[in-house]
Design a protein around this ligand. Structure first.
Ligand SMILES: *Cc1c(COP(=O)(O)O)cnc(C)c1O
Length: 391
């Protein structure tokens, strides 16, 4: 089908809840995608941080097809090998104790929210269910994770939202002022993604972890976007010198198949017992086999290169001195670019997409989340498009 035919059918049969670019992708390889009209695109977006090992990665493909031919689903009423191997890999490499698997980032965050409330209920009883989140955060689209999200634009129409969230600035005094006797946890992104690629100050994060330990609040970290190598370590918290009580993950974990979940530390491993939490598709064998392949591809060496690649992209973009762009920021291959006043990030992003470089916005700026396996040649092609389009 042509792009025009696809657009017409989408208009007719699909709920119009997305503002899509006028582009339809047919296939791809690595960080190079091909439109249904044959046009080539360099991928600096990776399906919003999902295609961690690129499109149609051969090792990922082999793991998926092999598992699909063996066992595609078998409920959590039974044991199966893929999710167990995955849990072992994630725990060994993160220092966490145990994993729970669901299907999305929002579901991972719902899980850590329930975890914190049950942990607190069992120790302190009723009235201690409030969770502190930060301004400019994003935690998902369910009613509860929208409540947790620290941006007013998300708090419309869908009332009543879930109670029990209070917002603070990423500043230890603000958190202390916000806190009361009703708090059981804080939930933070270490680099706020949708909010504009805003890394938290390490001193604040360490103070926050200490405050949580002092008050017996759970320290919950949302690594849905920052996790699985994106920032140059398997999880971003490993670079902040803190150990969370629970970490949610999703986007990049299964390299393009739906999977999310959370990891807990030793003290939280027993909070959920049989019947307390579940997910029908959680730990699906195909998604889990894909995720095992992703973690094998993203070994220590591949993750170390993420930082070099990120630095290369940032240095190259800053050296272009484009009038519409300001400084870059971020960690690893999670890059934010300031947009100069008078320019619209949405228009710049649309121009880049049309010119053959898939990119993203975040907050008032641009955002780049290329596949972690992107090659030097692909980065250079993308940079050339960026320079030619925005000059
Ligand atoms: C994308 C994202 C989510 C939501 O993930 P879904 O899979 O869309 O539910 C939650 N938190 C952060 C930090 C995200 O970037």
């Amino acid at each position: 089908m042509t792009f025009e035919e696809l657009r017409e059918l989408d208009n007719q049969y699909v709920v119009q809840s997305y503002g899509r670019s006028p582009i339809a992708i047919g296939h791809g390889l690595g960080s190079t995608l091909c439109g249904v009209d044959g046009k080539e695109y360099i991928d600096f977006a990776s399906g919003i941080g999902v295609l961690s090992v690129g499109t149609a990665n051969p090792k990922w493909q082999a793991a998926v097809t092999e598992q699909a031919g063996k066992l595609g689903h078998i409920s959590n009423l039974y044991y199966s090998e893929p999710y167990i191997r995955l849990a072992e890999k994630l725990c060994t490499r993160s220092g966490m104790a145990a994993a729970f698997f669901g299907n999305s980032g929002a579901e991972g965050n719902e899980g850590v929210i329930k975890l914190a409330r049950k942990y607190s209920w069992e120790k302190y009883g009723e009235g201690r269910g409030t969770i502190i989140t930060l301004n400019r955060s994003f935690h998902g689209r369910t009613i509860t994770t929208l409540s947790a999200t620290g941006q007013d634009v998300f708090h419309k129409y869908f009332f009543p939202f879930t109670e029990g969230f209070r917002r603070a600035e990423p500043d230890i005094n603000s958190v202390q002022q916000t806190a009361g006797h009703d708090v059981c946890a804080v939930l933070v992104e270490l680099v706020q993604g949708e909010g504009g690629v805003l890394p938290l100050d390490p001193v604040f994060v360490q103070d926050l972890a200490r405050l949580c330990a002092d008050r017996d609040w759970l320290f919950l970290v949302d690594e849905v976007q920052t996790g699985i190598g994106r920032t140059g370590s398997l999880f971003c918290f490993q670079q902040y010198g803190v150990q969370p009580d629970a970490v949610s993950f999703a986007k990049g974990v299964a390299g393009g198949l739906p999977m999310g979940g959370f990891l807990v530390n030793e003290r939280c491993r027993k909070v959920f017992g049989p019947g307390d939490h579940a997910s029908t598709f959680g730990g699906n064998p195909v998604s889990a086999a894909a995720a095992c392949a992703v973690l094998d591809i993203l070994d220590e060496e591949a993750i170390a290169r993420v930082k070099e690649k990120g630095q290369y992209l940032r240095d190259s973009i800053e050296a272009m001195n484009l009038p519409c762009l300001g400084r870059t920021r971020g960690m690893g291959l999670m890059i934010g670019i300031e947009v100069t006043e008078g320019f619209s990030n949405k228009k710049l992003c649309a121009k880049l997409n049309q010119a053959g470089l898939l990119s993203l916005t975040a907050g008032p700026g641009l955002r780049l989340l290329p596949p972690l396996t992107i090659t030097k040649e692909e980065m250079d092609k993308g940079l050339a498009i960026l320079k030619a389009t925005l000059s």
